[in-house]
Structures are given as structure tokens and as C-alpha cells.
Design a protein around this ligand. Structure first.
Ligand code: LRH
Ligand code: MN
Length: 388
């Protein structure tokens, strides 16, 4: 039997972290489209992130990306976020947008460049001290484009050296999250291409080093929930960067391209009892809203994660385990499909009403007038973007 109270309790405590960069302009190498009302600075990004939390009730943190969110005083930014009902979350390093990093950052053959990259990573930990953030997220664009360009093993030694230095710098309660990606911008070998490479480095470092699963960073056809199950089993799953894709790292709204995959992923999390904040997994969005309005897209994305999570919580695991034990292939599959095919929107609507929120956050935001307000107010200045 499904214990509905357990389901709503789990959904009530489930938190989703938003990426500051989703509120700025973004695009592809072909074009970055601007949109009216886009934030001009991290304070306005925090204002927009606070809107998502206001209507969903489950997005109390905004991740920052350095230097895209560089400010004079990070404690002031953290206070501004707090005044708007949210907190500054994960600090994302950026060693992929400087000419010096053409041949890599921490894996670069040139020790001067490696020192420069390491200094940036250390600066990010200083920022965590100022914002009170728990997590440092490390994604390296490092890699090579042609066989022979550099030594694969030597680059791993350089990477391990830098990671160890950052690990040793972490303060109490702080963690480092190592993100992998199988290609782009490197097109021959990426230095952290897959979960295995990230796991090997994290296991070598220690308990404060964990793996990030970005759902857009796998080869087509990869069974991502298998990776999630393995990382949970190893106690090394630190975070998700949620988005979805039809082809490559498309960074589309999570659940938009493959809601069934998102459900299967969340079922592995739920089954491992790793949904609650105490389990220590950061559920983050990492998306770019190149053509769609950004705040509604973030709200829709949070709702997509909630719907997949609610369905995962509705899987009757007792009946499932019995069918699995009996080798009842179709029976077991049917248990999962019954949960997946359940319309959980009424349940989520009821939960929001109990929390004093509108049943449909997306429509409530559209009716709020906030979009019109920021379009009329945010005139002049330079709109935020990737600056790529
Ligand atoms: C790299 C990535 C990484 C971020 C960037 C915004 O593709 O997923 O997580 O730093 O996107
Ligand atoms: Mn990512």
C-alpha cells in the first residue's frame, strides 16, 4: 500500500537549487538572443530566483558562477538573497573562458597556467566562506582535440594534484563536487569524461569529494539511472545538474525531452532513501533558456522534477520486490509503469494549497505582473549572459 503522507512529506522537504545563469541571456555559437527584462547583475538574478521559490516553495537556493556572478562583497549578495527568502547555494568555478586555458586549465602542460587555474579555484572557496555555501562545483572543459596532442595520463596527474590542493583547502562542512562530461568543447579526449573518472578521483580524495551527474553529459543511449544507482551504492553521489536533451548538451528544461528517464532516475534516488536534504544530494538545475522566457521556464522545470519525484514516490516497492523475486518480468515492469502513468498534478496541487501556495505556480507567476514589472524597470545597463 502507498502511504500518501510519506509521499507528501517527502515532496514537502524536497529542495531544488536554481542556476543564476539560467536567468541571463544564453544561446549557442550561432546566436545568443537577448530578452527584455533580463537581469543586469547577480542581485537581480537573485530577485528572479526568489520568484521561482515564491511560487513553488521548493527552490530556496540559487547557485552562483564565478566570474559571471562576481560582486565586490559576496556577504552583501548573500544578505540580499536572504532578504528575498532564498540563499546563495553552490559556487561554480569557471576555468574555461580565458585565452590561457586553450590547452586546458589544471591539466594544461604549462605550470603557469595551472597555477592560475588553481588560484581561481581557491578564490571560489574564499567566496564559499563569505556566502556560507556548502558546495564547490568543479567542471573542467579541459581536454584535447587530436590524438597525440598531449599525454592522457600526465594530464590526469596534473588534475589529481590540483584537486588535492583544493580538497585540502576546504573548510568544515564544505564539499567539492566533480562534474564529468563526455565531450565539448574538447572533441578528442575530455579529462573528466565520465562517471568512472570522476569517481576514481573522488575516491582518491576522500569523503568531501563527490560526483555530479549532469543529465546532459552522457553519450546518447546511456542508462543514467544505472550510473545513479552505482554512485548511490558507493556513497559518492553529491549532486545532479538537471536538464534534458534530444541530441547533445542541449541544456533544455529538465523532463522536457525525456520525462520517463527523469522518473527512472528519481526512482533510484527514492529507492535509496536519498531524497531528503539530510541525505546530502544537491538537486540543481543547469539549464539555458535560449528562446523561452526564463523565470516561467525555471518554474516549469521545478514542477517537472516534482512530478517525476511524486511518481517515483508512488511506486509500490513491496509489490515490485515481490514481482522481482518471482521473476515476474512484466509484473515488475507494470508496477513501475503504473506509478509513472499516474497523474500526480492533483496531489501536487493539494500539497501547494496546504503550503498556502497556488495549485499551479506557472499560471500564478504569469498572472502576477512580475514579468511586466521587470521589463519596464530594467532599462539600460548590460544584460547578464555567459559572456562567451
Ligand atoms: C558545462 C556545465 C557546467 C557549468 C556550465 C554552465 O557544460 O554543465 O555545469 O559550469 O554548464
Ligand atoms: Mn552542468
Amino acid at each position: 500500500m502507498i502511504d500518501r503522507t510519506r509521499v507528501t512529506e517527502a515532496l514537502r522537504s524536497h529542495q531544488i537549487e536554481l542556476p543564476s545563469w539560467a536567468f541571463g541571456n544564453s544561446g549557442t555559437r550561432f546566436k545568443v538572443f537577448s530578452q527584455p527584462g533580463v537581469p543586469r547583475n547577480p542581485f537581480e538574478k537573485a530577485d528572479d530566483a526568489a520568484q521561482v521559490h515564491k511560487y513553488t516553495g521548493v527552490a530556496p537556493r540559487m547557485a552562483v558562477h564565478i566570474p559571471w556572478d562576481k560582486v565586490d562583497d559576496y556577504a552583501v549578495l548573500a544578505a540580499h538573497a536572504k532578504a528575498n527568502g532564498i540563499e546563495i547555494g553552490t559556487v561554480n568555478s569557471n576555468v574555461f573562458q580565458d585565452d590561457d586555458y586553450k590547452l586546458g586549465s589544471v591539466c594544461n602542460p604549462d605550470p603557469r597556467v595551472r597555477r592560475k587555474a588553481l588560484a581561481h579555484l581557491m578564490e571560489c572557496v574564499d567566496i564559499m566562506d563569505a556566502t556560507g555555501s556548502r558546495d564547490l562545483k568543479l567542471w573542467f572543459a579541459d581536454g584535447t582535440n587530436y590524438p597525440g596532442q598531449d599525454d592522457i595520463a600526465a594530464r590526469q596527474d596534473r588534475l589529481a594534484e590540483a584537486l588535492q590542493a583544493v580538497y585540502d583547502r576546504l573548510g568544515p562542512g564544505q564539499r567539492m563536487l566533480l562534474e564529468y562530461k563526455f565531450f565539448e568543447p574538447a572533441f578528442y579526449a575530455t579529462d573528466v569524461p565520465d562517471w568512472g573518472t570522476s569517481l576514481v578521483h573522488c575516491q582518491a580524495l576522500g569523503e568531501k569529494a563527490l560526483v555530479v551527474v549532469d543529465t546532459g553529459h552522457h553519450a546518447p543511449g546511456t542508462n543514467i539511472e544505472f550510473i545513479v544507482a552505482m554512485l548511490l551504492r558507493a556513497g559518492k553521489l553529491g549532486a545532479f545538474d538537471f536538464n534534458s536533451r534530444f541530441y547533445a548538451d542541449d541544456d533544455l528544461m529538465v523532463g522536457a525531452a525525456d520525462p520517463f528517464q527523469l522518473f527512472r532516475i528519481m526512482f533510484e534516488v527514492v529507492k535509496a532513501d536519498a531524497l531528503a536534504p539530510a541525505a546530502g544530494i544537491a538537486f540543481m538545475l543547469d539549464q539555458c533558456h535560449n528562446i523561452e522566457p526564463k523565470i516561467p521556464a525555471q518554474i516549469r522545470s521545478v514542477m517537472n522534477v516534482q512530478e517525476a519525484t511524486a511518481k517515483a514516490l508512488l511506486v509500490d516497492t513491496d509489490v515490485l520486490r515481490a514481482a522481482q523475486a518471482d521473476g515476474d518480468v512484466l509484473g515488475a515492469n507494470a508496477v513501475l509503469m503504473d506509478a509513472y502513468n499516474t497523474d500526480v498534478r492533483p496531489l501536487l496541487g493539494d500539497l501547494r494549497e496546504e503550503q498556502g501556495l497556488a495549485r499551479d505556480p506557472y499560471r500564478a507567476y504569469l498572472a502576477s505582473g512580475y514579468a511586466e514589472k521587470i521589463i519596464s524597470e530594467r532599462i539600460g545597463g548590460t544584460q547578464a549572459g555567459w559572456g562567451a
